[in-house]
Write a protein that binds this ligand. Structure first.
Ligand SMILES: [Zn+2]
Length: 147
């Protein structure tokens, strides 16, 4: 058990030093920003979407190790997926990758900020580009009730 915890801790440190998919996309199809003032995490996610698929995704901003690691994992999970599959991503899909399922309530906002930004970006995109406001509203609720 403690062996796993060490591995996860190392992964989080690695991702925070060398985040994956870090940067900006020129002319993104959608971009969204949000922050977690409790910790000072602040990130933007840019996406390129083509035929209902996320063809590229990048994030940038500042965050603590947990925030950067979860943003790396989430963007990696999201890349290449259809919008329906992205909608289906749950918080434990991200937390489980890094052994963070039992994170304290204070740090959960650090871990899930990127998922909140991703879901918000998605509802913004669906609201603008797909004539299905019911879907967009559902997603908006999902993003708001994430934690
Ligand atoms: Zn944080």
């Amino acid at each position: 058990m403690s062996g796993n915890a060490d591995i996860y801790h190392e992964m989080i440190v690695d991702y925070s030093r060398n985040p994956i998919n870090y940067g900006e996309i020129e002319n993104p199809d959608v971009t969204f920003h949000d922050a977690n003032p409790l910790c000072g995490d602040s990130i933007d996610i840019d996406m390129k979407i083509d035929e209902n698929k996320v063809t590229d995704i990048k994030f940038h901003g500042r965050g603590c190790a947990i925030c950067m690691a979860c943003s790396s994992v989430l963007t990696e999970i999201t890349k290449g997926k259809t919008l329906d599959d992205v909608r289906a991503i749950q918080k434990n899909d991200v937390l489980g990758e890094l052994g963070l399922e039992h994170l304290q309530a204070v740090r959960i906002k650090c871990a899930l900020l990127s998922l909140k930004v991703l879901k918000s970006a998605l509802y913004t995109y669906i609201g603008k580009n797909i004539d299905n406001s019911e879907d967009a509203n559902k997603l908006k609720e999902e993003a708001a009730n994430l934690y």
